[in-house]
Write a protein of this length. Structure first.
Length: 613
């Protein structure tokens, strides 16, 4: 989400180099606010629009964005389309929905269940209430949990930012997505002096509202403070000015989050997690989805510099970015429009989403300018709903299923938008990352997990219920195979595939599914033999060839010759043996038997039937 108003509070901080950090989670966003400065950050972080609950509508008559306190207040009443972000509340009653049912961490010492501590905001200026039909009355906010049985290095506090996003049109929810991010945190107080700037911003993330003469509430801008820029890293700010500092996940922990949902979105999840397990169940019209996985380290790409000092390829990148307006920019210069200004006269921060073609291009473009080295590799644990590519080859099968169809996860700095692409029989997924670790010497090793419902996979490939076979490969953009450790298994209705230990630049992970042919019952009624002939005709041989082409998975075959007169028994036996001999030459793995059978049906006289199963 583009920040409509710059983060002005950071303007009072001195411009300085980024200080050394004790932990990667505390890498601070540089405090660069001068004209001409351009910077890009690609990292795994919470999207701005998910940091607080909100309900908005675009008023076509005034071309203004309006804020709503409920689905039927003055601003939203009669609106064609409403947009919402409804953060999950803590589940407190049996029939409550769209809430967090349980959070736990399993370590070598056992499993520890989290205790709900508080919501980050006691009151938020953009909060709203649901109607208990489309959205729950208890709309939550980002929440703080305690897990004394599984503390991280800085304490036992964890921040959970999660919710449901989408639109309401004609009384129906559409394009609904979910997201969850769990972040270890510690508290830092005394940073904010309580000052609200001229635009109405303090420290919390929010959209500033303004009452209009007609009684409606306009959104004039969205943003937050920048007191931590260049100094430390807050995962989120509380209303009293407490900074919840980002801390590292314990890597020996297996985290589980259970959500109770009114409707489980149909589609795919993407995770910044490793070795995921997904379980779903439905009862009394409520779906419960539980995601269990380990955290991963996700390298962060950062580059910053003044436009006039940038090499030609980066100047070209930024000009293209400004023209296409597709790189999620913000600015520190109040009331400026960087998209329409020249490089030397604009200030740009691009907080680029880590997925899609722009992110993949950015990693490959900037890699050589940052020595192929990330500034940090913080730990991460989270998942979100993926957008389905409209023309995806997976679409026909998506329409036949409900709920979660698959999960794709990676620790790559940038990755494909949407689920894997089915092309030429393989599920393909692009990833891009920096080659080195943060020390500039060690290798940055990649992870990729693909979890797919077995019935959905069979639909995609047109397979039967028989066991599936799969292979995983990692290739360079030139199509050269890369060394990686791969895993393939099928269990509890899920097909699980993984690739670990591959090095980065830009890579494509390919998954190919196959299925061993299954036995099937087939037969051929050969053309009638003439006279005393025992030699096969061309048409008889052709019929046997067609039959044998269908017996790859079969084990036995039989040739039965029919005769009417008892005197023709030996002739019939010779014909049956001739048919089996020819068939055996085509598929010698079958066990063949031949026989002669007397019949009173004249039309069968002189015929041979070849069958297999």
């Amino acid at each position: 989400m583009k920040k409509l108003v710059p983060w002005l509070l950071g303007l009072t901080l001195a411009l300085s180099s980024v200080p050394a950090i004790a932990e990667d989670e505390q890498w601070p966003l540089p405090n660069e606010f001068e004209l001409g400065h351009h910077s890009i950050v690609i990292e795994d972080t919470v999207d701005f629009g998910q940091l607080f609950s909100s309900l908005t509508v675009f008023d076509e008559s005034t071309s203004k964005q309006l804020s709503c306190e409920s689905l039927d207040d003055l601003n939203c009443s009669g609106a064609k389309m409403m947009r919402f972000n409804a953060n999950f509340a803590n589940c407190e009653r049996a029939n409550q929905f769209d809430c967090v049912e349980q959070l736990s961490i399993k370590t070598n010492s056992g499993s520890a269940v989290a205790e709900f501590d508080r919501y980050v905001y006691s009151e938020h200026p953009n909060a709203f209430k649901g109607d208990e039909r489309l959205l729950p009355v208890e709309i939550g906010q980002p929440s703080v949990w305690r897990i004394p049985g599984a503390p991280h290095a800085a304490g036992d506090l964890y921040l959970l930012v999660g919710g449901k996003q989408g639109y309401i049109r004609s009384g129906q929810l559409i394009d609904v997505k979910i997201n969850v991010q769990l972040i270890p945190v510690s508290e830092l107080e005394g940073i904010w002096d309580g000052v609200i700037d001229v635009n109405g911003f303090g420290v919390i993330s929010q959209c500033v509202e303004k009452k209009l003469d007609n009684g409606k509430t306009e959104i004039v801008g969205c943003g937050g403070g920048a007191q931590d820029f260049g100094r430390f890293r807050c995962a989120i700010w509380e209303q009293d000015g407490t900074c919840l500092l980002k801390k590292a996940h314990r890597l020996d922990g297996e985290i589980s989050v259970s959500l109770r949902l009114a409707n489980e979105p149909t589609g795919w999840l993407h995770g910044r997690i490793e070795d995921p397990i997904v379980k779903t169940q439905e009862a009394a019209g409520i779906s419960t989805i539980t995601v269990t996985a380990k955290p991963v380290k996700v390298p962060t790409l950062y580059h910053g510099g003044y436009f006039g000092q940038l090499p030609a390829d980066l100047q070209e990148y930024w000009d293209d970015c400004m023209e296409k307006r597709d790189c999620n920019i913000s600015t520190r210069i109040a009331n400026s429009a960087p998209e329409s200004q020249s490089g030397a006269n604009r200030n740009v921060q691009s907080y680029l989403y880590p997925f899609g073609s722009r992110a993949l291009k950015a990693v490959t473009t900037f890699a050589k300018h940052v020595a192929d080295t990330p500034v940090a590799a913080p730990t991460s644990w989270g998942f979100r709903t993926l957008d389905l590519v409209k023309n995806s080859a997976l679409a026909p099968c998506v329409s036949k299923f409900n709920g979660t169809l698959g999960v794709v996860t990676t620790n790559a700095t940038a990755y494909s938008e949407g689920p894997p692409e089915l092309r030429n029989g393989s599920l393909r997924y692009s990833v891009a990352g920096l080659h080195h670790g943060t020390d500039g010497k060690s290798l940055n090793l990649g992870t990729y997990d693909l979890l797919m419902r077995s019935d959905f996979a069979r639909c995609v490939y047109g397979f039967s219920s028989a066991p599936l076979q799969a292979s995983v490969s990692v290739l360079t953009v030139a199509g050269e195979s890369v060394v990686a450790t791969t895993q393939v298994s099928e269990r509890d209705g899920w097909l699980k595939l993984a690739a670990y230990g591959f090095t980065f630049s830009e890579k494509e992970v390919r998954v190919t599914l196959t299925q061993a042919p299954q036995p099937k019952k087939v037969s051929a009624n050969l053309a009638k033999f003439s006279g005393k002939l025992t030699k096969l005709s061309s048409s008889q041989r052709s019929a046997i060839e067609s039959l044998m082409s269908q017996t790859e998975a079969n084990s036995v075959a039989n040739c039965t010759a029919y005769f009417v007169k008892a005197a023709d028994r030996k002739l019939a036996e010779a014909r049956a043996k001739a048919a089996c001999a020819y068939a055996q030459g085509l598929n010698p793995k079958l066990t063949f038997t031949s026989s002669a059978k007397q019949t009173k049906t004249a039309s069968l006289n002189g015929r041979v039937v070849v069958s297999s199963n």
